[in-house]
Design a protein around this ligand. Structure first.
Ligand code: DOR
Length: 424
């Protein structure tokens, strides 16, 4: 296969080059390369050819909630979004808290459009009381552990988990939310919650746990990854922790740099998410955190819910919104960053955090695994929930015109998306 006429962008820089792929790897990168006999040629004119995107945070709902999403449909949505690898969150039913469920996800992902790497739960049943068998999951290649959907409330247990994770060489990822302070809230606590009469979640519910886990990282020396940072205070805490040389990393979701609590004025549960949509000042802080490297990665927090769940009144609907098919154009269109920096946030930096740097996100050069995406930065398209590959429809961007799209996605040398159409 030849990706013809594009501009290769990776962590080493940018150059006009064709890319030849054979036997699952990049065979050659250079100008006007000859087309090997019988090769498929994919046009990459006016496009960026980069390493595939890596999502640190996707809810694929399998096992247990297959009417919302499956590994197969979620991976297809991911590939259409330009992703070649996604980390599947463990808040499934049963949760991914044992080797058996890890194996099940790996088997389900084997023929999927995108590499699917399960995250394991930190605690058994994500109940926050006893450690899950991290070692047996790590032995199957699990590199990230989280109770996402909930934070680990017990500081002593979190300390033990960090010490254990550190000895195994794996990373804990925290959903930062003080459950007591957040209890009963359905949106960000502030001007809009007062106006709308909906109980709020204060920013401090997130920031207390960010601050605690920075302290625990300092105490244990273990790395901590902060999931979906959403407040200005959290960004400031992580910035200071990094300046202190602590081993912290962080991600932000597109909805936390594109949308604010004002959207909740519609009372449409499609705008309900956890952590909630925040204020203009928080959005500005997340954007500046992404621009200055305080926040290492953009992660989708793709959280499918079936229509009947999202048709409930705001206070009864589950939190979460789709993200895999819209993250790339939102990042390209909203952050005002050069394409190389956007790809850093979506590809090589998250690949490093996920422990996938050997197979995803690396420089596009001869011998590298051919996990690639071809981005057309000027393609415009309208988000139509009925045309998304996800099994659910809960996108907050319905009807919005986006600029930028994954045109082709190549997984292990095979084109899984051609001209924005899935091939599997
Ligand atoms: O909005 C959210 N949805 N936040 C979470 O932490 C969990 C997720 C889900 O699983 O639906």
């Amino acid at each position: 296969m030849v990706l013809r006429g594009g501009t290769v962008v990776d962590e080493t820089g940018s150059r006009r080059a064709d890319v030849v792929v054979a036997d699952g790897v990049v065979a050659a990168v250079g100008q006007q390369l000859e087309t090997p006999r019988g090769a498929t040629v994919l046009d990459a004119g006016a496009c960026v050819v980069g390493p595939g995107l890596v999502d640190l945070h996707a809810h694929l709902r399998e096992p247990g909630d297959e009417e919302a999403e499956t590994v197969e449909t979620g991976a297809r949505a991911a590939a259409l979004g330009g992703y070649t690898a996604v980390v599947a969150m463990p808040n499934t039913d049963p949760p991914i808290d044992s080797a058996g469920v890890v194996r099940e996800i790996l088997e389900l992902g084997a023929g999927a459009c995108c590499e699917v790497r399960p995250a394991g739960a930190i605690t058994r049943g994500r109940a926050g009381t006893a450690l899950a068998p991290l070692a047996e999951m790590a032995a199957l290649g699990v590199r990230l552990f989280t109770d996402d959907g909930a934070g680990v409330q017990d500081s002593r247990l979190m300390r033990r988990a960090l010490e254990y994770a550190s000895s195994l060489g794996v990373t804990l990822a925290q959903h930062c939310e003080d459950a007591g302070l957040a209890a009963g809230g359905h949106m960000h606590e502030g001007e809009w919650s007062s106006r709308l009469g909906l109980p709020g979640v204060p920013s401090e519910a997130e920031e207390l746990m960010v601050a605690r886990d920075i302290a625990l990282s300092r105490l244990t020396g273990a790395p901590v990854h902060f999931l979906h940072l959403s407040t200005a205070g959290s960004v400031a805490l992580v910035r200071a922790a990094k300046a202190d040389g602590l081993r912290v990393s962080a991600e932000a979701a597109p909805h936390h740099f594109c949308l604010t609590a004002a959207a909740v004025a519609s009372y449409d549960p499609v705008f309900k998410v956890n952590p909630p949509l925040r204020s203009d000042a928080d959005v500005a802080a997340v954007r500046s955190g992404l621009a200055d490297g305080t926040i290492d990665a953009i992660a989708t927090d793709h959280a499918p819910h079936p229509p009947e769940a999202k048709e409930a009144p705001f206070d009864q609907a589950p939190p979460g919104m789709l993200g895999l098919e819209t993250a790339l154009p939102l990042a390209l269109g909203e952050l005002g960053l050069p394409v190389g920096e956007v790809l850093a946030l979506l590809s090589w930096r998250p690949a490093g955090i996920a422990g996938l740097a050997g197979s995803h996100g690396g420089p596009v050069r001869a011998g590298a695994p051919a996990n690639l995406c071809v981005v057309d930065p000027s393609a415009t398209w309208v988000v139509d929930p009925d045309r998304l590959a996800s099994r659910s429809r809960n996108t907050p961007y319905a009807g919005r015109t986006l600029t930028g799209r994954a045109r082709h996605t190549v997984l292990r040398g095979e084109p899984v998306v051609i001209d924005a159409e899935a091939q599997r």
